[in-house]
Design a protein around this ligand. Structure first.
Ligand SMILES: Cc1cc2nc3c(=O)[nH]c(=O)nc-3n(C[C@H](O)[C@H](O)[C@H](O)COP(=O)(O)OP(=O)(O)OC[C@H]3O[C@@H](n4cnc5c(N)ncnc54)[C@H](O)[C@@H]3O)c2cc1C
Length: 431
C-alpha cells in the first residue's frame, strides 16, 4: 500500500534525550481499511550514507543506472543426464545496485557466519583471512565481537580491508530487508484516509553502552523521511487485539511508553462511538513513563479523551520521579487490585496489555497474584482462571518483541535465507 507522509511530530520534550514520534500517513488511494489494534508493516530504506559506504567497498559494480537481476543456477537431472540452467531470483525485482542496497537488502545487520566464511575466502591478507575464519566458526569469539561492535556489512569490510567483495556476492547472499511492525495509533473513523503510528526512535551504543552509536533502520528512517514522501506499508490484522464487540464491556488498557500506541486508536474510536450516541464503556488507562514533564506522550489527548468520556480513569506511573522506581504493575498492585478483579470477574470486562515483553511478563505476574488474592485461589488455579479469560478473548496482549529479540528473529531469518542461497548465483547487467 502506497501512503504519503503527512506529518511527523516528536512527542517527547527536547530535554528527554529520546524521541518518540507520531507519524501520520495518508493513503494515496481509498484502499485503507483497518481497525484500532491492527498493525502497520512498514518497508523502510537503509541510510544513504551506509549504502554509499558499502558501495565504496564493492568490486565489479555495474554502471550506476544499469538494472541488475540475480539468477540462480539450477541443476536438473534429466534422461539425458544433468542439465544446468539459470533461473531468475524473484527476491529482488530488476533494479540498480544502489536501489537493491537501499530498499531490498539488509545491509545493517552483522553478517552471518556463512557470509564471513565467504569474506575469509576473498581476503588477500593472511591475518584478515585467519580472523574471519575464526569469526565464521560462530561460538563465543563471534558472539563477543558482535556484542562489542554489532558491525554492519560495510564496517566488516572496513575492519578487514583486504577482502575484495564482489557486488554479486552481496546481492545473492544478503538477507532481505524486513518490514517493521507498528500498532495503528488512530481510528479510521476519526481520521478517514489516514493511519497514524507512534514510533520510539531507536538509538543505542553497542558493547553495553561503550561502543559506537547505532540507529534503528526503520525508526530512524521514519524520523528522516520528508513530508510528501512515499511510505510503503501494509495492514496486518490483529483480530485478537480489537475493542470488544460489545461497546458497553468495560476495559482496562495497560500500556507504558510506546505501549500506549494502539490505545490512542481505542480512545479515538470510543469518542466517535459517544458522538454517535452509544453508551460508553468504562475504559481505564494505566500508562507509565519516566518523567511527567519529559516523556508523558499524548498527555493532552488523554485528558481530552477523559473530558469527553472516552476514558473514565487515567492512572500514571512516573518511574523516575521518586527514589524507588514505580512501574505500571506497581500501581496496579497497590491501587487497582480490587477494581480490576471486579471488572474482569463480575462485569465481563477486558484487559489489554501492550508494550515490550518484560513489561508484559511483569503485568501478567501481577494479574496472576491479584486473581489469586482476590478470589482466594492457589497459583495454579489463578493460572487456570487467566487461561479461561484468554479463551474467552478477554485477556489481550500485543507484545512488541523487545528489540533484542528482534535481533534473534533477524538472525534466524538470515540463516534461513542462506540455506536457500547456497547455490551459485550470478548478477547480470540487463539495462
Ligand atoms: C507486533 C509489533 C508491534 C510493534 N509496535 C510498535 C509500536 O507501536 N511502536 C514502536 O516504536 N515499536 C513497535 N514495535 C517494534 C518495531 O517493530 C521495531 O522493532 C522497532 O521500531 C525497531 O526497529 P528499527 O528498524 O528502528 O531497529 P532495527 O534496525 O531493527 O534495530 C533493532 C536491533 O538493534 C539492536 N539493539 C537495540 N537496542 C540495543 C541495545 N541497547 N544494545 C545492543 N543492541 C541493541 C538489536 O539487535 C535489535 O534487534 C512493534 C513490534 C511488533 C512485533
Amino acid at each position: 500500500m502506497d501512503t504519503v507522509l503527512l506529518s511527523r511530530q516528536n512527542l517527547q520534550h527536547q530535554s528527554s534525550g529520546r524521541a518518540t514520534i507520531l507519524v501520520r500517513l495518508g493513503a494515496r488511494s481509498d484502499q485503507l481499511t483497518y481497525e484500532p489494534g491492527d498493525h502497520v508493516g512498514v518497508h523502510p530504506a537503509n541510510h544513504e550514507q551506509e549504502v554509499e559506504r558499502l558501495l565504496a567497498r564493492l568490486e565489479d559494480q555495474p554502471a550506476l543506472n544499469d538494472l541488475v537481476c540475480v539468477q540462480r543456477r539450477q541443476d536438473r537431472q534429466t534422461a539425458q543426464g544433468k542439465v544446468q540452467s539459470w533461473v531468475q531470483d524473484t527476491r529482488i525485482p530488476p533494479c540498480t545496485l544502489t536501489q537493491a542496497l537501499t530498499h531490498f537488502l539488509d545491509i545493517c545487520s552483522t553478517p552471518t557466519c556463512d557470509l564471513l566464511q565467504h569474506f575469509a575466502q576473498l581476503a588477500g591478507d593472511s591475518s584478515d583471512k585467519k580472523q574471519l575464519e575464526i569469526l565464521s566458526q560462530g561460538g563465543s569469539r563471534f558472539e563477543e565481537w558482535r556484542w562489542e561492535k554489532n558491525p554492519t556489512v560495510a564496517e566488516v569490510l572496513q575492519e578487514f580491508p583486504s577482502v575484495c567483495a564482489p557486488a554479486c556476492l552481496l546481492l545473492s547472499q544478503l538477507p532481505l530487508l524486513q518490514p517493521r511492525y507498528y500498532s495503528a495509533s488512530s481510528s479510521p473513523h476519526q481520521y478517514p484516509g489516514e493511519i497514524h503510528v507512534t514510533v520510539s526512535v531507536l538509538e543505542y551504543r553497542t558493547g553495553g553502552g561503550t561502543g559506537p552509536v547505532r540507529q534503528g533502520v526503520c525508526s530512524s528512517w521514519l524520523n528522516r523521511v520528508s513530508t510528501g514522501d512515499s511510505v510503503l506499508c501494509f495492514i496486518r490484522r490483529a483480530p485478537l487485539f480489537h475493542l470488544p464487540a460489545d461497546p458497553s464491556a468495560p476495559c482496562v488498557l495497560v500500556g507504558p511508553g510506546t505501549g500506549v500506541a494502539p490505545f490512542r486508536g481505542f480512545w479515538q474510536q470510543r469518542q466517535i462511538d459517544i458522538e454517535r450516541g452509544q453508551n460508553p464503556c468504562n475504559m481505564m488507562l494505566v500508562f507509565g513513563c519516566r518523567y511527567s514533564d519529559k516523556d508523558h506522550i499524548y498527555k493532552e489527548e488523554m485528558i481530552e479523551a477523559k473530558n469527553r468520556g472516552a476514558l473514565r480513569e487515567i492512572h500514571t506511573a512516573y518511574s523516575r520521579e521518586q527514589e524507588q522506581k514505580v512501574y505500571v504493575q506497581d500501581i496496579i498492585r497497590k491501587n487497582l487490585s480490587q477494581e480490576i478483579f471486579q471488572l474482569l470477574d463480575s462485569q465481563a470486562g477486558h484487559l489489554y496489555i501492550c508494550g515490550d515483553v518484560t513489561m508484559a511478563q511483569d503485568v501478567s505476574q501481577t494479574i496472576h497474584e491479584i486473581v489469586a488474592a482476590q478470589a482466594h485461589l492457589s497459583p495454579s488455579e489463578a493460572a487456570a482462571y487467566i487461561i479461561k479469560l484468554k479463551d474467552e478473548n478477554r485477556y489481550h496482549e500485543d507484545i512488541f518483541g523487545i528489540t533484542l529479540r528482534t535481533h534473534e528473529v533477524t538472525t534466524k531469518i538470515r540463516s534461513t535465507s542462506f540455506t536457500f542461497w547456497q547455490e551459485s548465483t550470478i548478477m547480470t547487467g540487463c539495462s
